[in-house]
Write a protein that binds this ligand. Structure first.
Ligand code: SAH
Ligand code: SF4
Length: 354
């Protein structure tokens, strides 16, 4: 697989050009063209020789949209093809204030959470910074967006397949490129990063000076029960995660969010609500209750709507700030990793049919 020019910042592009005895001012043209979603053949401001020369060593765009699915609620799901044949997915959610894109950060995931389709077959590989950025560029172009003020994606959430903090360096590089004023110029304030709770990396992130919204997948207030659905909970205890969040808040001033996927009879009891209140009361945080998107590969069931709202009522009564997340795109395999899994299943079926 060729290295993509999308992995590089403006200064790095300049050095690449200088090495080829080209004028460094071309770097800005190339950067803007790349971030607008153009391929080499469309960069007509550049000479043919330069384009050919660059394309021998590098690729331009890193992902291709090979399938889109549209939900009745407007949510759109993309299947992206990578240069090495792997596929990943992204979800575009439409809100009154603008579009939010949910991106994948890895092909698969090694965390193995029981309720999640992304972890079913472990980690295949990390995405490069240019590939994660490529998801945003492709979705923005698809939606008719351009650079800067004219972009059509307002917010980005790192909540697709993969554990972003398990691909730390590429994710940080991606965030800096996303924020570049000559590119999409999406600021950290419009970015949420969701993690299963890799404590040392949360401390590292706090030092990066990227004030994004940190989101923690909590899903249970008791360490032992949490470890039954999230193997990573054996490594990092909830107390350690909370200290890391507090440090994050002190460094960035950003309130943090806990995600809590409600699974029927697993984590939706009154005692769970009470323990959550005890853990989180008075902290600068918010709890996002999510109804499980049921995955056919396991037997876990979603809490019923009325139970989700009863749980919400308990948290609110206990003084927590909480919401039940709107179900989006449930009719199009909305949950993390489900579309990719379906695609892999279907392709496997085709192979065995042959
Ligand atoms: N790996 C990171 C980010 C990707 S998962 C993390 O775990 O936080 C993003 C969110 O989707 C997490 O909160 C995860 O718990 C949730 N999720 C995964 N599978 C789900 C499912 N089947 N239904 C609802 N939410 C799910
Ligand atoms: Fe990985 Fe997140 Fe899925 Fe867990 S929920 S397996 S950490 S993608």
């Amino acid at each position: 697989m060729k290295d993509s020019l999308l992995n590089y910042g403006l200064e790095e592009l300049k050095s690449i050009l200088i090495k080829r005895n080209e004028k460094p001012f071309r770097a800005m043209q190339i950067f803007k063209a790349l971030h607008s979603g153009l391929g080499f053949s469309e960069m007509t401001e550049l000479s043919k020789t330069l384009r050919e020369n660059l394309s021998e060593e590098f690729s331009a765009q890193t992902v291709k949209i090979i399938k889109t699915l549209k939900s009745v609620d407007g949510t759109e799901k993309f299947l992206f093809l990578l240069d090495d044949g792997n596929v990943i997915e992204g979800v575009l959610m439409k809100y009154s204030y603008g579009n939010t894109l949910c991106v994948s950060t890895q092909v698969g995931c090694r965390m193995g959470c029981k309720f999640c389709a992304s972890g079913l077959h472990g980690l295949v590989r990390n995405l490069t910074a240019g590939e994660i950025l490529g998801e945003v560029i492709a979705a923005n172009k698809y939606s008719g967006g351009k650079l800067g003020e004219d972009r059509k994606i307002i917010n980005v959430v790192l909540m697709g397949s993969g554990e972003p903090l398990d691909n730390y360096d590429n994710v940080i590089k991606f965030l800096r490129l996303l924020n570049d004023k000559n590119g999409l110029n999406i600021s950290a304030r419009n970015v949420s990063l969701s993690t299963s709770g890799l404590v040392p990396k949360i401390y590292d992130l706090a030092k990066e000076n990227i004030p994004l919204t940190l989101t923690i997948s909590l899903h249970n207030p008791f360490d032992d029960e949490r470890a039954k659905v999230m193997p990573v909970a054996k490594r990092y205890k909830i107390g350690e995660i909370l200290s890391a969040c507090e440090n994050y808040f002190n460094k960035t001033g950003r309130r943090y969010i806990f995600e809590y996927v409600l699974i029927k009879d697993e984590n939706d009891d009154v005692r769970h609500a009470e323990a959550l209140i005890k853990l989180l009361k008075g902290k600068p945080c918010h709890v996002n209750l999510i109804r499980l998107n049921e995955v056919k590969e396991n037997n876990l069931k979603s809490a019923a709507d009325k139970d989700a709202y009863r749980f919400l009522g308990l948290l609110e009564k206990g003084g927590l700030s909480a919401t039940v997340r709107r179900r989006m795109g449930a009719d199009i395999d909305g949950a993390c990793g489900q579309l990719r899994q379906r695609y892999l299943d279907e392709n496997k079926r085709e192979e065995t049919n042959e």
